[in-house]
Design a protein around this ligand. Sequence first.
Ligand code: ADP
Ligand code: MG
Length: 505
Amino acid sequence: MEFDWTYTLGLLLNKNFWMATWTVIELSILVWLIGILLGFVLAFAKQSSFKPLAWMSGTYIWFFRSLPLLVLLVFVYNLPQIFPASSVVLASPFLAGLIAMTLSEAAYIAEIHRGGLTSITKGQIEAGKALGMKSLGIQRFIVIPQAFRVALPSLANEYVSIVKLTSLVSVISLTEILLVGQRLYTQNFLVLETMLAVAFYYVLIVTVFGWLIQWFEHKIDVTNRKPGLLNELDPLNKLPNISNASISVRKIIVPERQGEFALEAINIHKAYGDHEVLKGIDLKVRWGEVISIIGPSGSGKTTFIRTLNGLESLNRGTINLLGQPFLKDDVLTEDSPEYKNQIVRVGMVFQSFNLFPHKTILENVMLAPNYHKMGSTLENKVTALAMLDKVGMKQHAYKYPHQLSGGQQQRVAIARALAMKPSIILFDEPTSALDPELVNEVLKVIEELAQEGLTMIIVTHEMSFAFKVSDRVMFMENGHVVAEDTPEVLLNSSNERLKQFMHKV
Ligand code: ADP
Ligand code: MG
């Protein structure tokens, strides 16, 4: 028996096949999209700290991943035998297939999302917190957009699986591609010829949609973007005030000076399990003061500075900000009114920059002011550009973080903190992650801010810098403050530990 090519080619124009193809496209896209949404809900639920919710989600994923789709399809389609009312929906093979496939796919896609969500570093979430954003905002603007990009290749792969799985829905008599083929070859017995045409339609769908998803993936991948510098004619340069944006930040940042101290930390205690890391630290910072914190590695400098803006909870102690209560003892939730009102007054610059990689430099700086509705979008943009200009990064407004050097990224991170018009900025070893030749450009920016009278607390290993710019230097060791005084006094101090430490570095 010869292979009947003319018959096969004729099937490529068969109306029933094309209608079935459309059915498969509709079904697969709906399953994919609803599965992506449901999968997100499941993935979040599984990560939830509320145990019953995490358990329920875990059970769902376990159950629907174990169940063969074929069994589920037949079960859902025949459910009206037990619940006649459900026949309104389930009598339609398309809807029954959609429901069964979505139930099953959501379980797989949840695990894909979880992979994406867990790939986002803690630093990203902390950067959002330090900008006063709440959990939902952090998820929406920082975590989910990045996690989705990470998950997209796997999601595209899942779409291909879904297209192929739709062939199973023929068992509940949905007229999809396979069923059209089966009906034909049971009449004419041209099995191979018909199945070749069936294969053609599946391959066609997978190829076309594979391309579309790849194109989309390429489009949202910021590493493909061409780095662009801001030119003279750019509309950003025409915004009001931009030309003289390099004016002192003091003129832009005018915090309400309430109380004698910008920040008071009183008797701060912190332990990780049995390990007591902070053993009663006190620090009072006057308005406009620059305090450097120095000390050997592991002495608790990072932990201390992170308690000051609530990134680390306190076991005991009080922090007042602008003369108002901010944090007390272990009471720390993002819902406490004191914290909520005040967190935006504290800026933070991290050792590892923690810029948002999916956003341009300008978007990085504008994100929090827009989130907090500090001004109109235009006002926030003007401020953001002024701050970028301040740190010498305005030209790079349209670039993405990965297109900048470490020193440039850190300068952007400083601009991002400044754009929130903070009363006080915390720096945690801002230059430790930088190549030696990039350290100075960042220190220069910090020094300028110090000269303009910004209130700052700086953890650093750059001794000459610390002693040059600071009003006071605090030497920490082993969770205690060993010495705290003006640079002049400390340089001539007879404290043995301090002398040893300074000698070493
Ligand atoms: P420094 O910044 O002065 O080098 P850190 O504040 O980072 O010191 O760390 C102080 C001590 O706390 C170290 O002994 C460190 O091991 C411990 N520590 C820091 N963070 C944690 C954590 N999340 N869990 C447990 N121990 C921690
Ligand atoms: Mg540290």
